[in-house]
Design a protein around this ligand. Structure first.
Ligand SMILES: Nc1ncnc2c1ncn2[C@@H]1O[C@H](COP(=O)(O)OP(=O)(O)OP(=O)(O)O)[C@@H](O)[C@H]1O
Length: 357
């Protein structure tokens, strides 16, 4: 019997079974297969093993997908190609649209600037003086070419000033349109305010343009002895730049034979420049979009809109233009409302208050 101590405090004894006999090398061989393994080595080895397994697994998965669904894979490649193609197409369409819009904006801007530059030409006795007389000559040629139009149908409107009949002749319009025939006697002869509605392209611009220019000419002839009126006396408001351009074209043609001047006020052009043109040129007619007009009324340095109220006004199409009622605007415009002449033209008129005529 052998005693083995197992406690640190006190030695104790325990009975153990002792094996007797010889141990040959074969029995102890397994000891050689152990190797010393430190903690850091354990971490590194397991990390390497983990990486290897995840790579293998990934490869395996890829192979399985590929080998299992080759059609699906082809499909997804095709889909991706199509999506890319579509995206490219959309991008190209967007670029084309942007380019078109840019070109249209530039064209509009040029037209408006042209209109304003032409304002800088002095006007005397209803005829424009230009350098070298070259442009005047071209205009004369145009006038001659268009003078062949027979405008006898317009003669029924005996109350129209001669300058306007001459302008209509130059424009080449042999007959008044329906809305023009309906409006002219009421607005020019009877001096009534008009609320008109007619479809697009029916000639509404001249239907309000002719009465407006007639009134201005009338006022000019009545006040020949007096000091010429300061500031714009007629205001045309249209909801878009495009409409302002269209209206300006008609108004400029209408006043081509008169000493009257018109300018446009729209967003997108330098406000300072527009103010300068207005205060230098002192136009009789202003054609404006509401946003820029409002901005100019509020921050106008020259105070151009404070001179005197516009006495004749057109708002077209009225329902789209204003959030505040027109008289409020004109009160601001002129600093006081005088007798004004309203011509409101649009595509449709919706009655919102039953008692409002
Ligand atoms: N009496 C006329 N005879 C022939 N053509 C005319 C006459 N009056 C106007 N026009 C022409 O008809 C076209 C349409 O006129 P206008 O732009 O005034 O229509 P509109 O009713 O104001 O249209 P929109 O509602 O689109 O503004 C213009 O090209 C204009 O020059």
């Amino acid at each position: 019997m052998t005693s083995i101590s197992i406690s640190s405090d006190k030695w104790q004894t325990a009975d153990v079974e002792v094996m007797d006999g010889d141990f040959d090398d074969d029995m102890l061989q397994f000891l050689g297969s152990f190797e010393e393994v430190l903690p850091e080595t354990v971490d590194k080895v397991s990390e390497r093993k983990l990486k290897k397994t995840s790579k293998k697994q990934k490869k395996k998965e890829e192979n399985t997908v590929g080998s299992k669904n080759p059609e699906n894979e082809e499909k997804s490649i095709e889909e991706r190609r199509l999506a890319k193609k579509l995206k490219r197409k959309e991008q190209m369409a967007a670029n084309r649209k942007q380019r078109k819009e840019r070109l249209a904006r530039r064209k509009e801007q040029k037209e408006l600037e042209k209109g304003q530059e032409s304002m800088e030409t002095p006007i005397e006795n209803g005829k424009k003086k230009r350098k070298g007389g070259e442009i005047q000559e071209n205009n004369d040629k145009k006038k001659k070419a268009k003078k062949e139009t027979d405008v006898s149908a317009w003669k029924q409107f005996y109350f129209l000033p001669n300058e306007i009949l001459e302008a209509i002749e130059q424009m080449g319009f042999s007959q008044p349109t329906e809305i023009q025939s309906a409006v002219l006697p009421i607005a020019v002869r009877d001096r009534q305010d008009v609320l008109g509605a007619a479809e697009t392209g029916s000639g509404k611009t001249l239907a309000f343009g002719i009465p407006l220019v007639s009134r201005l000419l009338e006022a000019l002839s009545n006040k020949e002895e007096e000091e010429p009126p300061k500031g714009p006396r007629a205001l045309i408001v249209a909801p878009t730049r495009e409409l302002v351009i269209q209206i300006m074209r008609h108004i400029n043609s209408l006043i081509a034979t008169t000493p009257l001047k018109a300018v446009s006020i729209v967003g997108g052009l330098a406000q300072v420049k527009q103010e300068r043109v207005i205060s230098q040129q002192n136009p009789d007619i202003v054609v404006a979009t509401p946003g820029r007009l409002w901005a100019m009324i509020q921050v106008s340095v020259s105070g151009i809109f404070q001179y005197s109220p516009p006495k004749h006004s057109n708002i077209t199409p009225g329902h789209k233009c204003w959030n505040t009622p027109p008289p409020t605007i004109f009160h601001k415009v002129g600093g006081g409302v005088q007798k004004m002449f309203f011509l409101i033209f649009c595509l449709k008129i919706k009655r919102t208050q039953p008692n409002y005529a």
